[in-house]
Design a protein around this ligand. Sequence first.
Ligand SMILES: [Zn+2]
Length: 299
Amino acid sequence: MKGSKLAVTVDIEDWYHVPAVTGSSFSQYKDVEEFFDNWSGRYDYLSKPTHRTLDMLDELDVKATFFIVADIVDNYPGLVEEIAYRGHEIGCHGMHHECAIHPETKEPLYSKDEYKQLIKQAKRKLEKATGKEIIGFRAPGAYIGGWVLDVLEELGFKYDSSVAKNSLYNKTDSDLDGVGSEPYFPEKGKLVPGTERGLIEYPWPYWKVGPVMVPTAGGPMVRLLGKTIVMSGIKQSLKRGDSVFYFHPLDIAREDFPKVGNSKKRPMYWMFKGKVAEKRVRSILSKLGNKRYSTLSEM
Ligand SMILES: [Zn+2]
């Protein structure tokens, strides 16, 4: 594994931020605002598992990068502040977890200007809450196009970690030709490798078995594929260069989420969450050892 480092990353969003409920072309509610206009029940399924995540990371002596949906600052008083206070890096995961491109056509869902204003507000909100400059981004749902990286660079972001090259899915507007699992400088306006620029991409790991690349960055893959495959992919990717692992506090949430929206269309989506997922995440983090861990800004 040479001297490669692994960044542990945590995506902070609640159940109603997932595309089946809000923020995408096929969502039940147009956006988070419409969700809150119509939702009178309990909404916070995030605070508890986030606290368990923070305690687990303390116990394992890991400093992570938390990609946070900026509206969390308003709806979960003190939560973002606490994550920053406990020594973790804060990155931006959109304003309301809105997808930048259409999940099927990959066409932009915003003009470049609209999107820039939105992410500028999100960056400011997170900076105000944490008192620190926000330089990292992860695209909500990992739906990303080359133009998004240009917007990020114009706003002063230094890195992105959204691109996943693998044989199962491609959530980008690019063929990702020449992209591997190691960090690279994307060509202006595109996601393929180019010459050095003010923004670096930290793509997600995969496990290459013959011609097949199995996505192993974590999140749903920890829940659906289990820890052995995910760990094989991370270890193999670390041989190629620095890599990332990610999970959501939602993955380890123990309660059932409200049944809403098009979640019936995705019956697998929340399978194996809770205690099983928490055990797997803990096991992956302890087995990989904390010596090579890093936040993304310290890569
Ligand atoms: Zn997300």
